[in-house]
Design a protein around this ligand. Sequence first.
Ligand code: NAI
Length: 717
Amino acid sequence: MRNFKIDLGEDGIALVAFDVPGRSMNTLSDSVIADLPLLIARIRDDSAIRGVVIYSCKDTGFCAGADLGDLGRRVGTPIAPNPTPDVFRQMETCGKPIACALEGVALGGGLEFALGCHYRVAADSPKVKLGVPEVTVGLMPGAGGTQRLPRLIGVAKALPLLLEGHPVGAREALDLHIVDAIVAPGETLQAARRWAAECTDPTAPWDRKGYALPGGLPYSPAGMQTFTLANAMLHKRTYGNFPGPENVLKAVYEGVQVPMDAALRIEANYFALTFATPQARAMVHSMFLARQALAKGGEWAGKAKPPTRVAVIGAGMMGAGIAYTQAARGMETVLIDVDLAAAEKGKAHARGLVNKRVAKRRMTQVAADQLLDRITPATDYAAIGDAELVIEAVFENLDLKREVIRRIEAAAPSALVGSNTSTLPITSLSEASARPQDVVGIHFFSPVDRMELVEVIRGDSTSDEAVARAVAYAVALGKLPIVVNDSRGSFTSRCFGTYLHEGMEMLAEGVPPALIENAGRMTGMPRGPLEIADDVALDLALSVEEQTQAMLGDAYVAGPSAGLLRALVSAGRLGRKSAAGFYDYPEGGSKMLWPGLRTLPGVAADAIHPDVEECKRRLLYRQAVEAARCFDQGVVTDPRSADVGAILATGFPSWAGGPLRYIDMLGAARFVAECDAFVELFGPRFAPPPGLRHMAAEGRSYHAPAEPAEPRAIKVA
Ligand code: NAI
């Protein structure tokens, strides 16, 4: 065995160290999966072994679950039979007591490994996180989790863990009876050993005579209520877009009614179905593998050092958020605004955030004070001093930003200059600069402390070094950077803008607004297009539209959105902020679509009722075509960045893995054909770009296709 070491004590208790060589964290890699049958055979067959304690040698914890790097190549194809559930079952029924010591995380297959043991003891430590997060990457538990968890804690308590994938801490795990005991950190091994030495009946509860499922079986009154509600709630949340949680629900419903061995076969069946779906492939790659690689800086990883001193110009909503995020990561921050009151107000934002954390006991007062000490409000650009990076976050105005850049360069002749502009091309800003190679877009999203994505925008003159430094800065902030090239509107706002536009196009055609909004939500977008337009603010949306028109000149393709927005804005309907926009926002009540929408100029007099599936496709295809155009134009060059960026910035549906993976999922040829049909029906905005047409003609895709399971693995069956 490469990954397990057995140390047999004189008391007959075998201490099994789980330690995958060369890795900071244990996973159920192909190599571990190959070791497991050997481990269990040794435990079962060695008569000197009376009991077993399994523990991890890693500081990070017990095991993070399946190795998605290994699975990533195969996901999306029929899976070769997986021996792990059988091995865990053999472990459970081997007749010897097996305990598991949990000092840190046990997630996915890692928790399923622990659940196959007869006893679990966890450290009373914030490092302990136990959960089955498979659904968050498009999969489902496939090593007994859907069967042991409900049998252990009851269906009603197990379903939220299985369907939502949130982990629980040690104390919650004890309350739920997922672990049998918690002890001080560092003492789990001894506690587990004592239990193993004293245990006289190493039988899982469900293998004992008279076992009853906690909370009752699915056809009991309580069980019926649980499943009916769970089904409805799942559909409300996912609109049937995710095979993973749906198959979890089926596996639990069917599995808890039969003995464990049959139940594990039911789970294996649903696992295989889930694993072969294109959604599983899309999610494992975008939500895990690409996300993990990009969070380390992607192809720019390690090419520059992050700054330690950063100045922020403009202490408004964004500048204040950036200052807080930097200070939270230990960066000395100067926060400059036009007067000291404005700069202090920016710092007060950070104070508000840390006070909340202190109140919730997530932060000590000392740490809070240290964080605030790192933010120095100022008005004089001389305060920039020796900052290595200066970020401007002043009003979105080209002349003002150019002036600010000149002043930054005068005060800090060698600092990298970052702009948080959301719409202005970096190249046009850097025209004001004496060293345009050092000017780079660093586009945060609101609220800065919570949004994971940062778009690093490279202007025509921006140097590689400037890009590398901006990426290193974003990584040091704990953000996920994507690098994009300059264009009118950043990559993410271009894709996202099309969603709002298409909603307005439909409105103008006479599609009922409720249908538009529901179709949007049913695609998996977080909200309907009109609702989001209201949140963005309709006057802002109009001004972006007008600027785009001015900049594009004859190339501007007029749609109904500018007219609709102008009519709403001139009626004082500015969106949520004025309590009136596409929606009405009655005080104390829930918002509702404004009945006057049908009377706006440009909206067809007669309502039409298209098929909801067609509406959904329009809303997704528009975004995907725009992403494909950005790729064609070199605005984004790494398909992973396009996909992860769209998911994190604007909520593009994760089940599709992002806009370019969505095209791969449909097949480029089919996507192009359907877009061509939409061009005929709705106009040239659906026209696929030439690069995508070539790709379709040559049968290529943006991302590598799945590799079928290896013949070796199939032979095991
Ligand atoms: P804001 O209006 O809240 O703040 C702008 C701040 O800049 C104000 O405090 C103002 O006093 C200050 N300011 C103006 N001129 C200045 C000067 N010469 N020197 C120093 N400070 C000056 O605006 P917000 O929302 O924070 O936006 C700032 C930038 O971030 C804009 O470029 C915007 O497009 C961009 N952005 C905004 C996002 C949002 O969701 N609001 C998202 C991403 C980017």
